[in-house]
Design a protein around this ligand. Structure first.
Ligand SMILES: Cc1cc2nc3c(=O)[nH]c(=O)nc-3n(C[C@H](O)[C@H](O)[C@H](O)COP(=O)(O)OP(=O)(O)OC[C@H]3O[C@@H](n4cnc5c(N)ncnc54)[C@H](O)[C@@H]3O)c2cc1C
Length: 453
């Protein structure tokens, strides 16, 4: 059955339609409707956007509405636009798999040239891109938004193609999320030992591994199967969550649910035939790093693969070359302006950007207007003046019905953008669950990607 939104989309959703819908859904506090209308520029130049996900399409929409003469090419090979925060909700049976994606052709703003192709190389000195099918493409200004690369093979024993074998699952993939939901239901029937891990690299939505652990735990309680199941969480970090305002409550929840946490532990490999995870524990003693290796049996495993910037970023010399962000070659941009440190005609945001905040679409919602205005300033020959404060949000789903809405900035101080000022944000709430399950997806497809939110 078609929803009102589907109908509006087919007819070409207008800004007025969206605002009407947003009012009905209580989404207005999320929308910078005045700002998105007021600004405009006569700046000229060919802009190429690499990657049409959360960041790329939102940038295309903003730039198109703010430039009087937009000349924008967006390169992306994908037929589909996925709302990735929905993967956690697929993996817990809250959403159906088909609820989280739309055809890419319906998401790309009108007036933007879509080159359905894959970028293989960039030469930032000659302002040229190489693509798999269309050869060379030149640009005056480049927006780098190809997201991140998931390095499945960096977990020994795992490949993308064998994901799910040996009951080793990951929600960091659309197919993986669907497999995970089947496996969780089965796990509640059979019982056993569940192991949940994150990874040692920066990864998108750092909360996702914690969410799927807590949701599985609650699911087994709902199925009257909790006593048959043991849960164990292993993190590569030195704490479960490093935003102090939210950490105590999250630790309490894990304690209340009897889920022990091991810190400073990373997955080296998985023996899917023997159902064993191989771990390395890294501890610092007198400034010396000491590794110990051990293995654990499991019946159900949820793991997080290591992630990095796409290889073509590293090959083009566009990644950080020193500091913590160098190993995975995250794009070397200024933390606040998002402009590349070496090439001022390049801007980057979203998951591939080398900035010291979390990789979430909530962060991208705040980065987009800043990046778009700064790029336009560069196009006008002016200094980029807009500054990003590192805002990111991670709604940590703590059970079926509650969410701890973690919002923070570069300094890991709590920062609120959601209309929760009347409630205690240090605890999980029903309201935040309703926002997560019902409001954020339409906000993504009809607000953010259209350049309204
Ligand atoms: C399980 C999970 C749970 C999450 N939960 C949350 C949450 O609760 N809240 C939240 O805010 N965020 C969450 N996120 C994170 C959020 O989805 C990402 O931060 C966001 O999608 C990143 O947007 P992006 O535009 O940088 O990259 P993407 O949306 O991944 O888009 C990248 C685009 O680039 C294209 N591309 C890639 N390589 C090339 C190439 N070589 N040439 C051309 N195009 C290319 C791809 O086809 C894709 O369309 C979650 C993510 C996952 C996986």
């Amino acid at each position: 059955m078609k929803t009102q939104l589907d109908q509006m989309e087919e007819e070409g959703l207008s800004r007025r339609d969206f605002l009407k819908y947003a009012t009905a859904l209580g989404l207005l506090p999320f929308i910078n409707s005045q700002e998105s209308k007021a600004f405009s520029s006569k700046a000229k130049g060919k802009i190429v956007i690499i990657g049409g996900g959360a960041a790329g399409i939102s940038m295309a929409a903003r730039l198109k509405s703010w430039l009087k003469n937009p000349q924008i090419v967006l390169i992306d090979p994908s037929d589909r636009q996925y709302y990735q925060p929905g993967f956690t909700l697929i993996a817990s049976g809250v959403y159906n798999a088909d609820e989280v994606w739309k055809k890419q052709e319906n998401c790309i703003p009108q007036g933007i040239v879509w080159m359905k192709d894959t970028v293989t190389a960039i030469d930032p000195v000659t302002n040229e891109i190489r693509t798999a099918a269309n050869g060379k493409v030149s640009y005056d200004f480049l927006v780098l938004t190809p997201g991140l690369q998931i390095n499945w093979n960096k977990v020994e024993g795992i490949t993308y193609d064998t994901l799910g074998q040996g009951n080793a699952h990951s929600i960091y993939d659309y197919r993986g999320a669907q497999q995970t939901w089947k496996a969780i239901q089965e796990f509640a029937k059979t019982g056993g030992k569940g192991i949940y891990t994150d990874t040692y690299t920066k990864h998108k939505c750092g909360g996702a591994p914690k969410k799927i652990c807590l949701l599985t735990e609650h699911y087994t309680r709902k199925q009257q199967a909790r006593e048959k199941v043991n849960f164990h969480f292993y993190t590569a970090s030195k704490v479960l969550y490093d935003v102090p305002y939210f950490t105590p409550r999250l630790l309490d929840i894990y304690k209340e649910r009897n889920i022990p946490i091991q810190v400073n532990v990373r997955v080296k490999g998985v023996d899917t035939a023997a159902k064993q995870v191989h771990f390395e524990k890294i501890e610092t003693v007198n400034e010396e790093k000491i590794s110990t290796f051990f293995k654990e049996d499991y019946d159900f495993l949820h793991f997080t693969p290591p992630m990095s910037a796409p290889d073509f970023i590293r090959d083009a010399g566009l990644g950080w070359t020193e500091g913590k962000l160098a190993a995975d070659s995250w794009v070397m941009v200024d933390n606040e302006t998002l402009i590349h440190k070496t090439y001022p005609n390049i801007i980057s945001l979203g998951d591939c950007a080398g900035i010291s905040t979390s990789k979430t679409s909530a962060a991208i919602r705040m980065q987009v207007p800043i990046a778009a205005k700064n790029l336009i300033s560069v196009m006008e020959g002016k200094e980029p003046m807009e500054k990003y404060d590192g805002y990111a949000a991670c709604p940590i789903v703590t059970d079926y019905g509650h969410v701890l809405m973690c919002e923070f900035d570069f300094a890991k101080q709590r920062k609120s953008s959601f209309p929760f000022s009347l409630m205690d944000a240090s605890k999980e709430s029903r309201l935040a669950w309703l926002v997560k399950v019902y409001a954020l997806k339409p906000l993504y497809f009809y607000g953010m990607l259209k350049g309204y939110a």
